[in-house]
Ligand binder design. Structure first.
Ligand SMILES: [Zn+2]
Length: 379
């Protein structure tokens, strides 16, 4: 995880980077703030920066052996503690690993996929949807053990404690002394959403860094650049998300059925039933949409056609649509095949070209639909 991968949070990044440059790395720090703003990502990027063998002015290098291991979350001097379900399953081996270590593989996969993971998403990932996880006393013993070891490869050992508010009271008490006086070159980074629920004796021993909600423009940019969301929509989502990147993504994805879905379905139904009246009616409706909407409709249609073609080829794994779009595409996919896909594409692309050049939409779309009818009924 590099700082550049993190959405917004320029000030916090600058503060963390400065502490490294000035060799003032506090041995116990707490990143506090609401859900979905990148606190855990910041903690990991910070640890990677501390450990990087070729640190840049404002980020880790991303390619040195240390960075390589950090980016897979497998660096031997990077440790994690996080809440898990500690109820013993029946017939569970007494000697089997417990606590965070037992879930480390799942943790790495989850964080690498989405460092903005929420507490409840994490519980779903480990199958305890309806319960709260906990960090138990046994975990504190593990922490003490790990911290007492010399670091393996880096100058510093980092212990990231995600959600210290889930520390069982006795577990928290057990860590007190270590957090107060850790062995040299050890950094505890706690990441908390409810610092008021952390016992005061721990809280008072940490340097608290308040992480604010992410700036709206930073979220909008990330939605556009990483997810291809149109700038207008991205700006809407970022406003509603209120600084929470996770929420912004959820909004964008839940709203994925495009307003063009119905128009596209109507066009395809009219085409494969060869219903000329329906097609003319469709042309009339679309002609009134305005040029920008017409172009968006075409690019949306091309996306669904591409996905339908993938379904036709049996490549469901690389199909990126869901809900009613995929239901429709499954039925529609037999009509799109290697024989007509290129011509279907070029019929749509030609329409875009003509619309961009101010062509008469009635003529452009009539021409396009007539071609489609031929291509789709070629079978
Ligand atoms: Zn590096």
């Amino acid at each position: 995880m590099q700082f550049k991968d993190i959405v917004g949070q320029g000030e916090v990044k600058a503060k963390l980077i400065k502490s490294v440059k000035e060799s003032r790395i506090a041995h116990a720090q707490l990143l506090a703030g609401q859900e979905g703003i990148g606190k855990l990502a910041l903690a990991i990027a910070y640890a990677q920066y501390i450990s990087c063998q070729n640190r840049g002015e404002d980020d880790s290098c991303g390619v040195c052996p240390s960075c390589y291991k950090f980016q897979k979350l497998i660096h031997p001097d990077l440790h994690f503690v996080f809440p898990v379900n500690e109820t013993k399953k029946e017939g569970e081996d007494k000697g089997s690993r417990k606590g965070s270590d037992a879930h480390m593989q799942q943790w790495r996969e989850t964080i690498l996929e989405d460092p903005y993971v929420t507490e409840s998403q994490w519980y779903s990932a480990i199958g305890i949807e309806n319960k709260l996880g906990i960090i138990n006393t046994g975990e504190s013993s593990e922490v003490i053990k790990k911290i007492s070891l010399k670091s393996f490869e880096s100058e510093y050992k980092t212990m990231i404690i995600w959600l210290p508010e889930r520390l069982h009271l006795s577990a928290a008490n057990k860590l007190l002394k270590l957090i107060e006086e850790p062995p040299g070159k050890t950094v505890f980074i706690m990441v908390s959403e409810s610092p008021n629920k952390i016992i005061g004796t721990i809280l008072s021993r940490t340097q608290i860094i308040k992480v604010p909600p992410i700036a709206r423009e930073a979220i909008a940019d990330a939605l556009t650049n990483r997810y291809g969301i149109s700038p207008n929509k991205a700006s809407d989502y970022s406003r509603v998300a209120n600084g929470n990147f996770q929420k912004a993504i959820a909004l964008a994805l839940s709203d994925e059925t495009s307003p063009y879905f119905v128009l596209f379905c109507d066009l395809m139904r009219a085409s494969f039933s060869n219903n000329i009246l329906m097609l003319l009616d469709w042309v009339n409706r679309v002609s009134k949409l305005g040029r920008e909407n017409q172009k968006e409709l075409i690019s949306y249609s091309l996306r669904i056609i591409r996905e339908s073609f993938m379904l036709n080829l049996g490549l469901e794994d690389i199909v990126y649509i869901a809900g009613e779009e995929i239901e429709f595409s499954k039925n529609f996919s037999p009509f799109i095949n290697g024989d007509n896909i290129l011509q279907v594409y070029s019929a749509f692309n030609l329409a875009t070209e003509h619309i961009s050049r101010n062509g008469n939409p009635q003529i452009v779309f009539t021409d396009m639909t007539m071609k489609l009818v031929k291509l789709i009924n070629k079978l």
